[in-house]
Design a protein. Structure first.
Ligand code: SFD
Ligand code: AMP
Length: 629
């Protein structure tokens, strides 16, 4: 009997299908429920995990990194757009950044209403970490937001539903329109076909494409969650959508080995980082910034240039690099007043600094405890980590989406806001590109904007599309093929992981990471790459693509791992192709093209790419940057 016969095919029909259960997806469900109720439409959300603790906010967060504060006149949208554009070295869509920013405050107010504790001063105002970031007690951030999304769906009665532990593998297209998705349950023998009038991709970014610093004993510890594995990029690429900024990966600077974020230290506690000899490299190397166009000379220095100055120190042998926590705390305490006030302040700081990690990167607190680090006494090492694909922080890779009618120039507007170039397919959060710095709040907000537009798409296209049954049979075969491969060949060797007839997903992932690390400028290559290296890496990637046909899974969990790695492979391929195409170095602290070591005016443009589902060919394109501010 064929393995697939063991799997029941479950067909779900809905109007709006939301893929993913993270910040963008929860925002989408919340907003869609309102409009769906008015139009008697169905909304369905599908997450590979459990909404309460899935995605990048699973562990919680200690700050909301995008809050404009429009009602208090704290900031202007124009200032924010300028800030984001500068941080990305000129490469952003002003229309998208502004569209998210003009709505984000209302999302933050909702979070507070739903019970998220936001730090306040004695006058009841939010406490800022930096100009755009506000502090929260955020260990329960995700359950709070997920509860609101689920409650909103409940309001729809039988028209609102969510599926958890269902892994989405493939888009389904009919006549150039996205009409659904295929997936499988991680707990039951069920194959899912979701048929929809419109689909919103919100399956997050991608980790574990480059070899992480944490290997061996530390494997699985990354900054971005290892369970975000490139599903959004894969889904939109495979649907034939135009992608943008696939070269703009994000290299975060983090506390070494446990990946604790640095923002609170730099912005709230005003710490500095130094090399091993106590030199503040942001000062000693400031002349380097002049080489990087107007971007290097503005305040704050773009994230990638902050990285770059640190990387230069490391390459000169001046590491370890330290976050000078002890100096920062000393300075704050010295301003406290008398001895009693100083003691009180120290206690306060002690709890704030530990909570910063306990709220979002618990392992960093564990590492501090296990290595006898008390931040008030001893500095902590920081490093530039392996690259990630995340457009919601200071990266930008994702689908090329239509902008809002009232803000976007015609070149950036072809239909419903936040719809990709494929009819009926929308994208938000890490899934949509060129609108960085949205973070948790902006991703939730973008989900809301995209879902509202997707609901109006349903109203304009009221007929439910059909899916060819032959296509469903083919998809089912394809999805479960790794289970079959394992069953056919498992008795050839004694070790289930080693067999000449197949490759297990873990080994596959290691090979992908090695290629990316050594040829596309990962940690071991000091983030440097070049045409010859990329071309060689591409050759190996082609072998890996051939071997993806031989992926084997012993059980449903491993089947998910197989598909995660196929998704990663496509993210990796689009990345290599795009880095190769852009013949300059624009973000030296993200990757450095040694053969084109400078920033060039002629490359002040987006690089977009598209995989054609008809021909299987890739096309690379330059797209104009149209500045609105
Ligand atoms: O400072 C499938 N982020 C921070 N944002 C902030 O606002 N403040 C902070 O303090 C932040 N910090 C931070 C952050 C992230 C992490 C990991 C840490 C620290 C340690 C960034 C935000 O979290 C991020 O911007 C948003 O969460 C992005 O939202 P979205 O919706 O694009 O992605 P998601 O939340 O990760 O959700 C993805 C969902 O997709 C599911 N999924 N479902 C079905 N099938 C598949 N094949 C799927 N693949 C994935 C996931 O399960 C998940 O539900 S600081 O360090 O930056
Ligand atoms: P991180 O902890 O690095 O994810 O950063 C959290 C927030 O602080 C993000 O909005 C970053 O852009 C910002 N940030 C982090 N470090 C700095 C810095 N040195 N200068 C300015 N902004 C920073």
């Amino acid at each position: 009997m064929d393995i697939i016969e063991n799997f029941e095919t479950v067909e779900v029909t809905t109007d709006l299908l939301i893929l993913g259960g993270g910040m963008a997806a929860c925002g989408a469900a919340f907003e869609a429920a309102h409009w769906a109720k008015l139009n008697n439409l169905k909304v369905t959300i599908v997450d590979k995990a459990v909404l309460d603790r899935s995605g990048a906010v699973a562990m919680g967060l200690s700050a909301i990194n995008l809050y404009i504060g429009l009602k208090d006149g704290k900031n202007t949208l124009k200032d924010f757009v300028k800030y984001v554009k500068n941080d990305l070295m000129g490469i952003v869509r002003d229309d998208l950044v502004a569209n998210i920013a003009r709505h984000v405050d209302s999302s933050v107010h909702l979070f507070e209403k739903w019970g998220l504790p936001i730090w306040k001063d004695e006058n009841g105002n939010y406490i800022n970490e930096g100009q755009w970031q506000i502090m929260i007690n955020g260990e329960s951030y995700k359950p709070i937001v997920a509860e609101a999304a689920k409650n909103a769906l409940k309001e729809l009665g039988k028209n609102g539903s969510y599926y958890e532990r269902v892994f989405i593998t493939e888009p389904i297209l009919e006549d150039d329109r996205c009409v659904g998705a295929a997936g499988f349950s991680l707990r039951e023998n069920k194959f899912y076909i979701f048929r929809a009038k419109t689909v919103l991709a919100a399956m997050g970014g991608a980790a574990h494409i480059f070899r992480p610093r944490s290997t061996g004993e530390g494997l699985g510890r990354t900054w971005y969650p290892p369970f975000n594995s490139g599903a959004s990029a894969y889904f939109t690429i495979k649907a034939g959508a135009e992608m943008t900024c696939q070269e703009v990966r994000f290299v975060p600077v983090r506390f070494k080995d446990a990946y604790g974020p640095v923002g609170a230290w730099f912005l709230l506690f005003n710490s500095i980082a130094t090399n091993a000899y106590g030199e503040n490299y942001m000062q000693t190397r400031s002349s380097e910034l002049k080489k990087w166009g107007p971007y290097g000379l503005t305040n704050p220095t773009p994230a990638n240039l902050r990285n770059y100055l640190m990387m230069l120190e490391v390459m000169e042998g001046k590491s370890p690099i330290y976050m000078r926590t002890e100096e920062a705390i000393k300075k704050i305490i010295s301003r406290a007043g008398d001895e009693k006030a100083a003691k009180k302040k120290l206690k306060e700081l002690e709890s704030e600094t530990w909570e910063d990690f306990l709220d979002m990167t618990i392992s960093q607190a564990l590492l501090w405890a296990s290595t006898n680090i008390m931040p008030e006494e001893k500095p902590s090492e920081i490093v530039a980590c392996e690259p990630y694909f995340i457009s919601s922080h200071s990266g930008a890779s994702g689908a090329w989406i239509s902008g809002p009618e009232d803000l976007s120039p015609p070149e950036y507007q072809w239909g419903y806001p936040h719809m990709t170039t494929i009819k009926g397919l929308f994208a938000a959060g890490d899934a949509s590109g060129a609108s960085s710095h949205k973070f948790s709040s902006g991703s939730f907000t973008e989900g809301r904007i995209a879902a509202k537009a997707a609901i109006s798409f349903c109203a304009d296209y009221p007929d439910m599309p059909n899916i060819n049954p032959e296509k469903i049979r083919e998809l089912k075969k394809e999805v479960f093929k790794p289970l079959e491969t394992f069953q056919i060949h498992k008795n050839y060797s004694n070790d289930p992981d080693i067999n000449p007839n197949f490759i297990k997903p873990k080994m596959f992932m290691f090979r992908l990471q090695k290629i990316m690390d050594e040829y596309a400028g990962g940690v071991s290559s000091f983030f440097r790459t070049s045409k010859p290296l990329l071309e060689k890496g591409f050759e190996f990637l082609n072998f890996l693509r051939e071997d993806s046909q031989k992926l084997a899974a012993e059980n449903l969990h491993e089947l998910m791992r197989c598909w995660e790695n196929i998704h990663r492979l496509w993210q990796a391929e689009s990345h290599i192709r795009t880095i190769l195409f852009r013949e300059e170095t624009r973000w030296p602290g993200y990757y450095f093209r040694t053969d084109f070591p400078k920033i060039k005016e002629e490359w002040k443009c987006f690089v977009n790419c598209r995989w054609d589902p008809e021909t299987g060919e890739w096309k690379m394109m330059k797209k104009e940057i149209i500045d609105l501010v």
